[in-house]
Design a protein around this ligand. Structure first.
Ligand SMILES: Cc1ncc(C[n+]2csc(CCOP(=O)(O)OP(=O)(O)O)c2C)c(N)n1
Ligand SMILES: [Mg+2]
Length: 329
């Protein structure tokens, strides 16, 4: 079994580290609970968990301001929680209940919040990429300094619409950050089997878009890169690409036994690179927080998640009359 590297002491306050710890832990515990509810048959359809990738969205959100927009794929629960959406409303949507963000009619992949500027939740691979540029266009047109964060996967990065979007986004100087969450797999297909051009951020060069690759398991590295990209966009310099090197611990979705990779590969990342353990080590080994303090936070998060699960079970199913609302016809 591999051993962990002793963490370096970064110049960051206890408060900031605790904030990241809390936010990443909330996503992890929420996703674990969603996995349980799925197993109990309370969540139907597809359910793609974000476990392992928490540092990406938490680090990026740390660089946002009110008014910034975000949208992502179907692996979206973490993004919702990180931008401040209510865990109760997210969980109730997963279980298809009235108290959910889409009144129980959208499910895991189709939630939105105008209040938090969260524009989905998209089940079609890559579909959110041009939409993200469109949202950025609206801010450019209005002349404000908002930025749109458009998240997509390494698999989506091989789609044609991504490159058409790069071209238009750079041509029009749009304030959009393309965040590639490179978890090294697209369903059961590893990056190496899908492309020979494996540095995904570098593909922006053909369109004049700067970018960089970032350790997506290190929330502080993510935040630092995000701040740089955000400054670029807010200064009116156009789009930026951030390729986040990350890993998903679970299968592609709840129905994937993940036979295309070894248990050792997964275990190695969990022991050596886990994003929550990393921050936990910074806090404890740096003498910033005691085990008791962290235990109290764990308890607090567990309570939030349990409350969300209770709410999602007690909220009623949507009324039949809801069949005819919220539709274009
Ligand atoms: C247009 C389209 N093609 C195929 C699929 C089936 N599909 C769903 S997820 C996925 C893999 C995407 O992988 P990646 O972009 O790396 O994202 P990740 O799941 O790793 O987060 C595929 C092929 C789909 N949903 N939409
Ligand atoms: Mg992937």
């Amino acid at each position: 079994m591999a051993t962990k590297k002793a963490p370096e002491r970064p110049n960051v306050s206890k408060e900031e580290l605790l904030k990241y710890y809390r936010e990443m832990l909330l996503i992890r515990r929420f996703e674990e609970k969603a996995g349980q509810l799925y197993g109990m048959g309370l969540i139907g359809g597809f359910c793609h968990l974000y476990i392992g990738q928490e540092a990406v969205v938490v680090g990026l959100e740390a660089a946002t301001k009110d008014g910034d927009k975000r949208l992502t794929s179907y692996r979206d629960h973490g993004h919702m929680l990180a931008c401040g959406m209510d865990p109760k409303g997210v969980m109730a949507e997963l279980t298809g209940r009235e108290g959910g963000y889409s009144k129980g009619k959208g499910g895991s992949m189709h939630m939105f919040s105008r209040e938090k500027h969260f524009y989905g939740g998209h089940g079609i691979v890559g579909a959110q990429v041009p939409l993200g540029a469109g949202l950025a266009f609206s801010d450019w047109y209005k002349g404000n300094d908002n930025v749109t964060f458009t998240y997509f996967g390494d698999g989506a990065a091989n789609q044609g619409q991504v490159y058409e979007t790069y071209n238009m986004a750079e041509l029009w100087n749009l304030p959009v950050i393309f965040v590639i969450e490179n978890n090294q797999y697209a369903m059961g297909t590893s990056m190496k089997r899908a492309t020979k051009s494996v540095t995904l951020y570098g593909r922006g060069e053909a369109y004049g878009i700067p970018g960089e690759q970032v350790d997506g398991m290190d929330v502080l590295a993510v935040k630092a890169a995000a701040e740089k990209a955000v400054a670029h966009c807010r200064a009116g310099k156009g789009p930026y690409i951030l390729e986040m090197m990350t890993y998903r611990y679970r299968g592609h979705s709840m129905s994937d036994p993940a036979k295309y990779r070894t248990r050792e590969e997964v275990e190695k990342i969990k022991t050596e690179k886990d994003c929550i353990e990393h921050v936990r080590d910074l806090l404890t080994q740096g003498g910033l927080a005691s085990e008791d303090e962290l235990k109290a936070i764990d308890k607090e998060i567990k309570a939030i998640v349990n409350e969300a699960a209770e709410f999602s079970k007690e909220s009623p199913e949507p009324a039949l009359s809801e069949l005819y609302t919220d539709i274009y016809a």
